[in-house]
Ligand binder design. Sequence first.
Ligand code: HEM
Length: 529
Amino acid sequence: MSDELNLTKGGAPHQEPKGKDDILTTAQGAPVADNQNWLSAGPRGPQLLEDHVAREKIFHFDHERIPERVVHARGYGIHGTFELKKAIPEYSHAAIFNNVGEKTPTFTRFSTVAGNKGSPDLARDVRGFATKFYTKEGNWDLVGNNIPVFFIQDAIKFPDLIHAAKPAPDRGFPQAQTAHDNFWDFISLSPESMHMVMWIMSDRTIPRSFRFMEGFGVHTFRLINAKGEAKFVKFHWKPKQGLQSVIWNEALKINGMDPDFHRRDMWDSIEAGDFPQWDLGIQVFDEEFAESFEFDVLDATKIIPEEQVPVEIIGTLTLDANVDNFFAETEQVAFCTQNIVPGMDFSEDPLLQGRNFSYLDTQLKRLGGPNFTHIPINAPKCPVHNFQQDGHMAMTNPKGRANYEPNSWSGDMDDNREPRGPRASAEHGFTSYEAPVTGPKVRVRSETFADHYSQARQFYISQTAIEQTHMGNALVFELSKVERMDIRKRMVSHLRHIDDGLAKVVADGIGLTEMPEKITAARKPIDDL
Ligand code: HEM
C-alpha cells in the first residue's frame, strides 16, 4: 500500500488521481456508494445516526482547523536549498558550514506578526523570516525577522507586548482607538522598544515583496570550532534581488485590491522559475570585542554596526519550490530557536533564552502532542535514533532494540541478545559551550542594557530626508489614533531623546500645544514614567 502513496515535497501523503475511475472511499478506504444523500428513514423521514459514511465525513470536516499560531499566524512557506560558498572551520565544526558546494535542503516561512491568518499582507508590521535547514546533523532553525532588533530585552514581557498589539479581548479587532492606545501605551512605557519603533515607522517595514527584504537572526549566538573554542555570531540574510519597500499609501491600496499580494508574488515567481536568493552572512566577534563594544551584545534591541564587524558571506539560499500542501507544510511547520546543531550554541541573551522555552511549548498545543517531529515537514532528513515513544499521533517507535538506557543488551546484532539501542557520543554529539556563569539570582537587568536611545538616533539620522519625512508621517498617523493625550505626550517625550526635529514634527502633527519635557530616567520603575 505505502508504495502507492504519493508524497508531497514536504513528504506528507498526498491524494492524487490514479485515473478517471477512482472510487470515492471513506478515510478507512471503504468504497462509498452515495456522497449526496444522508441515510434517512424514508425519503422524507429523519436522518439516521447510523450513517457511518456521513458521520465520518462531517466529523472530519468539524476538525479541519487547528489553532493558528499565537503570533506570526499569517505566513507563506517555500522549499529551497542552502549552498555553502565558504567553509568556516576556524569558527564552527558544524557540517553545514564545512563542505563548500554542499547543498542542504531548507524550508522557509515568511510571516507577519500581529495579524490573524486571514489578515492583509501589507500591514505595517514586522515580517518573520524563519528557515529550517535539514542538515546531516539534525535540523537547525534560524527563526528571524526582517528587522535586526526587537522591541523588548526580556522574554517575560512578550505576552504583554503581543496583548497590547493584537485585537482587544472584548471587541476582537485591533484597529479601534483603544488598540492604538494599548500598543502605544505599552511602547511608551517600555523605552527599550524605541530603536525597533524607529524601524517599524520607517520605509523598511513594508516590503514590496518577501523577495526584496533582508532577514536577521537578531540575537547573538555562538559558533564552536573543533577545538572547542567559541566566537559570538550574528546571522544576516541579504536578498540578491535588492531591497524594495512600498510606502503607506501604496500599502493601503494594495491591501484593498489584493490582501494576498505578498503570497501571490512569491507563488508566481517560483512558478515562473524566477527563484529568489539570499546570501547568508555572519558577523563574528570574540569576547574581547564584546567587552569593548559600547552596547551589550546580549541585548536584542541593539545591532552591531557592519562598519565595526563586517558581514562575511558564507552561502546562498535559493527558494525554488512551492508547497504541494499548504496545510501539511506551511501550517504544520514548527520552527524553534532551540533547534541548533553541534558546532553552534546559544548566548545568554535573555530574550533568546525565553524563546527557547516558548516555541516548543506552544507547538505542543498547536500541533496536538509531542510527536510533531514525525510530521514530514518537521522530520529531520538524517537518521533519528532515541528512546522516545508513544504519545498522540506517534508514527515511529523504537523497534527490535532496547527502548531505555542504561541497558546491558548487546550492541552486536549477531549474538542472540537484542541490540542495545543508540548511545550518546561525546565525539559527535552536541556539547554546550562551557561559558562561565556566576552571580546571585536576581530580577535586575544589567546596566549595560540601559541605553535605549543612541541606536534609535543613529538609525533615524542614517535615513534620507524623504525617508525621515515618511517616518514623521507614520508616527503622526499612528499617534493620531491614540485617544489619551498623556500617551501621545509620553511618546513625544521619548522622541526628544532621539531627534528634536522629529519630536517637533510629531508634536505639531498630533496637535500638542506644548512640547513635553524629555522623559527622564528611562529605566525607572513603570509608575514613575
Ligand atoms: C513565532 C520570530 C520573539 C514566541 C515566530 C515566528 C518567527 C518569530 C519568524 C514564525 C515562525 C513560523 O513561520 O512558523 C521572532 C523573533 C523574535 C521573537 C525574531 C525576537 C528576536 C519571541 C518571543 C517569544 C516568541 C520573545 C516568546 C517568549 C513565539 C511564538 C510563536 C512565534 C509562541 C508561534 C510559534 C508556533 O506556533 O509555531 N517568532 N520571535 N517570539 N514566536 Fe517569535
